[in-house]
Design a protein around this ligand. Structure first.
Ligand SMILES: [Fe+2]
Length: 365
């Protein structure tokens, strides 16, 4: 059978350093008149300072925590109803964007947040528009229909069209203050999105091109952005890499590396990017087929082995944890079992079973 694919990318993208200043005009262009803005606490003063030029923002909510809880999304949804908002603006990291996306999806449908989270109530097809403004370069959440949400210790990655943003405003200058460790973690998350979008069983030509570009941008710019956070060119290229990474996995979805990241985050507390990076070089080696080898050569590398070494070197440089011995008391059987059982593992080109995953982790002991 010949090549067949379906591609759609519904998010309008505004990109450029300093574009946050134009947020008011963008909201006007999108026809939004009454928006609840959700932001990371540290970004509140910056938005407050812009407030006089943002007549469409009727409320500013900044009680966002890392690993966002469902209660936060429920509170934002209540605020949206109370203020009769016609849109949501989310300015911040993945936690903020995911909270806003969840809240906007359920705000006017009337159900309990927990019922949607548990799959006992279907997300509505219509929802109020969300404008995403990422302040880190990594998650790609600005252009995806993914929301990662927790209820107590229960953490879920929910992929639903109701979460698709209307527009993304990517202003790389917002990432200038990101500390080096977060720069490295989020940058490697973007690389994982691109690689997994590329080798996912559902990959397709347009997403592949996004992945190629994202991988190249990360390899050329992550170290520079980590070394000097004020390097706007490197920051801008990393924001672009995160955007392309998001577009690269939005349709194909991620695979083995993200599958393993969830147990590593939930049971051993690794931040998302560090958890993805933990197995990324191992999966590069596992998935090193002719197609990946060809991609590596296109990128000017000798092959997949060199790509794996580059990833390992970046982890080392950033001081990321790379060994199980650094994670405390690890239950290897449970870890291998949970990773093997994660639904994303099925997207991996080579689907490792529990024993193979155990061997992979033993090599990282
Ligand atoms: Fe990710």
């Amino acid at each position: 059978m010949g090549l067949e694919f379906v591609y759609a990318q519904p998010v309008k993208i505004y990109f450029g350093a300093g574009r946050l200043e134009a947020l008011g005009l963008i909201l006007e262009e999108l026809g939004l008149r009454r928006c609840v803005a959700v932001c990371d606490p540290f970004l509140r003063p910056r938005l407050e300072a812009l407030r006089h030029r943002l007549p469409a923002i009727c409320e500013l909510y900044s009680h966002i925590q890392p690993n966002p809880q469902l209660s936060g999304a429920a509170a934002v949804a209540a605020l949206i109803r109370e203020r009769e908002a016609d849109g949501v603006v989310a300015v911040g990291g993945g936690s903020t964007l995911d909270t806003a996306k969840f809240a906007a999806a359920i705000a006017y449908d009337g159900g309990e947040a927990l019922d949607y989270f548990r799959g006992q109530r279907v997300f509505p097809t219509a929802h109020i528009p969300v404008v995403t403004v990422p302040s880190t370069a990594g998650t790609g959440s600005e252009v995806t229909q993914v929301s990662v949400m927790s209820y107590g210790s229960e953490k879920k990655t929910i992929n639903h069209p109701a979460f698709m943003p209307k527009a993304a405003l990517v202003d790389p200058s917002l990432t200038l203050s990101v500390p080096p460790r977060v720069t490295m973690n989020t940058g490697l998350d973007a690389l994982a999105h691109a690689l997994e979008g590329f080798w996912s069983r559902n990959h397709q030509p347009i997403s592949d091109q996004m992945a190629r570009q994202a991988i190249r941008l990360v390899l050329d710019n992550l170290e520079a952005a980590w070394r000097d956070g004020s390097d706007l060119e490197a920051r801008s290229n990393m924001s672009l890499a995160a955007l392309f990474g998001g577009l690269a996995f939005a349709l194909p979805k991620t695979a083995g590396c993200h599958a393993c990241s969830y147990p590593l985050s939930e049971d051993y507390g690794l931040p998302h990017g560090e958890a993805c990076a933990f197995t990324l070089d191992s999966f590069v080696r596992l998935n090193a087929d002719a197609r990946l080898e060809a991609l590596c050569r296109e990128l000017g590398l000798s092959g997949a082995e060199e790509l794996a070494s580059r990833i390992a070197a970046l982890k080392q440089l950033g001081g990321l944890r790379t060994r199980l011995s650094e994670l405390g008391d690890v239950d290897l059987d449970k870890l291998a079992r949970d990773c093997a059982a994660h639904p994303l593992m099925k997207n991996n080109p080579v689907v490792p079973d529990e024993a193979a995953l155990r061997r992979m982790f033993e090599a990282l002991a």
